[in-house]
Design a binder for this molecule. Sequence first.
Ligand SMILES: Nc1ncnc2c1ncn2[C@@H]1O[C@H](COP(=O)(O)OP(=O)(O)OP(=O)(O)O)[C@@H](O)[C@H]1O
Ligand SMILES: [Mg+2]
Length: 344
Amino acid sequence: MIEVRDLTKSYGLHKAIDRLNFSVNKGEVVGFLGPNGAGKTTTMKIITGFMAPTSGQVKVAGLDVFEDPVEVKKRIGYLPETPPVYGDMTVEEYLRFVAHLKGAERAKIPSLVARAIEKTNLGDVRKRLIQNLSKGFRQRVGISGAIVSDPEILILDEPTVGLDPRQVAEIRALVKELAGQHTILLSTHILPEVQASCERIIIINRGRIVAEDSLDGLTKRMSGSGRVVIRVRRAIFGLAEALGSITGVRHVAAVSGSVQSGQASSNGNGNGLGAVSQVAGEVVFEIETDGAEDTIEKIAAQVVGQGAGLMEMKSESVNLENVFLQLTSSEEQQGSNVAAGVQS
Ligand SMILES: Nc1ncnc2c1ncn2[C@@H]1O[C@H](COP(=O)(O)OP(=O)(O)OP(=O)(O)O)[C@@H](O)[C@H]1O
Ligand SMILES: [Mg+2]
């Protein structure tokens, strides 16, 4: 549906994006993830035909963006990084205006606008002036504008940036709902965003793609590791060593307190450590593993077998956040490219 080939954009001597290659298939929801300045907005502006590249090619639904800009724009709904502010229009007027610009048939505009308002939950504010809306609602108006002409493709540039947690959750739910009906490319600089909404992730750093995979694939391929946290009732002598000798266990650390740090800090003693647990002889182990299910099973069997009194056990896949940070912070990008098994 979207084909990006050798796309390069220079601002003066600075290459904002450098020979990007990727594609987005029909019906996919792809996350375009990268830190500030990585080149996300630049890429999206080029795909949507708002900016010309220095070199390279973009095809949308088989059409060249620069040879057929009008046709391409009809197929794309775009939420720019800074949604245009038409503060003196009401929500409804704005959506009618956008539908008209998108070339929708006059007779169909009322129903298109009604549908977009319904989908983005703007019914209560449809007669309000955009300038009087909160930021979250204005963002919703932006998304509403992107979907009003019912385009096949949605390009959303950081749809939740600057919103409060509840609004973020709402927008994520909306993206999920839209996912079934549109091909979506969504940019973000934060990982939870793609984890919440996307099937596939393209990670970009300093204008180059450093990784491209499914969320699952990325987690597995880059890590091959997992973490198991267990809480046992009795600190049996030698348990840590026994756990450490299980094939597939890489590291065992004994820490006191509750299994989840989040819970620990809410246990009332204020220091995040379970003082009560320590008195009772409880121990919490953090165990790094190879991520295999067999390993997890063996850990459980060992703890139970030793009669340590298994109270809690939690298995986590690797911290993708670390993977992302590693991929996007390194000066030596080439090194991490190899580690990630990524296209050059
Ligand atoms: N009009 C411009 N003139 C000069 N340099 C620019 C211009 N627009 C962007 N850049 C530079 O190009 C690079 C990529 O910018 P871009 O806005 O595409 O990044 P981004 O990934 O969208 O970042 P953010 O997460 O901050 O939105 C940055 O180094 C930026 O400073
Ligand atoms: Mg940007």
